[in-house]
Design a protein around this ligand. Structure first.
Ligand code: FAD
Length: 389
């Protein structure tokens, strides 16, 4: 698409997480003037976490947009292939289930922070993208096309005029709330009665992986489970998914003894590999999970939602980021097809993507419910342990 001066709209993106940063890459590459406003500090300059889950499973649907942006050469250096699931039963027996026979039937463990940094750099390298960190969306006025941001450092307000607004501000999106209420749409957040906590299996001597490196590890226990993904430094990020309340729940794990006994009983083969388990359990936050559905995903030719802002899903398929990356590629294809007809661009993107987002959300929830309800069927648990990949 060749662009005229008139086409070069100023695009404001709210949120510079994985999906907002990728959208900035696509739009910057097309020559738009892009401003990204991100609530957190610049994680390239500050030693802060990139948000939820330290590492993620990157799958083919997320790789394709990275390829289109020409970033896969660099991303490949950060990826650890996981060729299948390693299921750990309660006796400590392991059962490896390959994802498939073909080479491409593999998913990859990747650091959220490293991938986010790479995307921020790539967006800046287009020469058309400016980042404003520590700026939080406070309100949006679609009559005057203005967003009010609050600077997290000083508390001062800044009003920014946009031609197009992209909401990439995650599950609790302020842009989504404004977009939906401006047109009497629907916005529905369905909280899950399970939460998660991240723990760690540190690297062994000389940076050795203490369990099989090339697998996504799962300890399915029916109503709850543990998973682990490898990191480049030889450690594993371990995530415990557990009900919020009940006999076996986060609520029931209030003392050091109870945490120790819980892991001894249900995950005896892994607790020996986590010397910092109990300290980590009490110092790391407990993360909430939920599903976001909304309708529509756009407001005329003014605004559109991408990533978790449009479709946060529970992580039992490992597809949230992958799906968000796909949103960016489809939005870019719509721009290529419909050029400066933004109403058409956004409505076509909405038509193509919303059914997909809803389907992934349903699949992730179904998988969770099936797992939860099938406590007594070990065969089922082995097969359906988790949908990652
Ligand atoms: P976010 O990552 O939430 O980023 C939103 C950004 O907007 C953040 O940087 C935030 O600081 C910023 N922001 C928020 N509010 C404002 C505001 N008011 N103003 C300005 N900025 C704001 N997906 C996978 O594909 N594979 C996996 O293996 C996987 N594992 C997961 C494991 C867990 C435990 C969880 C919780 C999720 C997992 N996901 C996975 C899902 C994945 O994390 C999300 O889908 C992905 O992070 C979505 O990216 P995003 O940029 O849309 O949203």
């Amino acid at each position: 698409m060749s662009m005229t001066r008139k086409d070069r709209a100023k695009i404001v993106i709210a949120g510079g997480g994985l999906v907002g940063a990728m959208a900035a890459c696509f739009l910057g590459r097309r020559g738009f003037e892009v401003e990204v406003y991100e609530r957190r500090m610049d994680l390239r300059a500050h030693d802060i976490s990139a948000g939820r889950s330290i590492n993620l499973a990157l799958a083919n649907r997320g790789i394709y947009p990275l390829e289109q942006l020409g970033l896969m050469e660099k991303v490949r250096e950060m990826m650890i292939p996981m060729c299948g699931r390693m299921i750990h039963d309660q006796k400590g027996e392991q059962n490896f289930q390959p994802y498939g026979q073909r080479e491409e039937e593999v998913i990859y463990s990747i650091s959220r922070g490293d991938l986010n940094r790479l995307l921020l750099d790539a967006a800046e390298e287009t020469g058309n993208v400016s980042f404003f960190f520590e700026h939080r969306v406070e309100s949006v006025d679609f009559d005057s096309n203005r967003v009010v941001f609050v600077c997290e450092e000083t508390g001062s307000e800044k009003s920014v005029v946009f031609d197009r607004l992209i909401g990439a501000d995650g599950a609790g999106s302020r842009v989504r709330q404004a977009l939906v209420s401006a047109q009497d749409g629907r916005d529905y957040l369905q909280p899950l009665d399970h939460s998660y906590k991240e723990l760690e299996i540190p690297a062994g001597n000389g940076g050795a992986f203490q369990i099989e490196k090339g697998a996504l590890h799962i300890w399915p226990r029916g109503g709850f489970m543990l998973i682990a993904l490898p990191n480049m430094d030889g450690s594993f990020t371990v995530t415990l998914f557990l009900p919020n309340q009940g006999a076996i729940s986060f609520d029931a794990l209030q003392t050091r003894e109870s945490v120790f006994e819980f892991f001894e009983q249900y995950f005896p083969d892994v607790d020996a590999l986590m010397p910092g388990l109990v300290d980590d359990f009490f110092s790391n936050p407990t993360g909430k999970l939920g599903t976001v559905r909304c309708e529509p995903w756009h407001l005329g030719g003014k605004a559109v939602l991408i990533g978790d802002a449009a479709h946060a899903v529970v992580p039992f398929h490992g597809q949230g980021m992958n799906c968000g990356f796909e949103d960016c590629a489809v939005l870019d294809e719509c721009i290529a097809e419909f050029g400066a007809d933004w109403e058409r661009v956004f409505s076509e993107y909405d038509r193509l993507r919303a059914p997909n987002g809803n389907a992934i959300a349903d699949m992730a929830l179904e998988n969770y419910i099936e797992m939860r309800d099938s406590v007594s069927d070990p065969e089922f648990l082995l097969k359906k342990a988790i949908g990652f990949g």
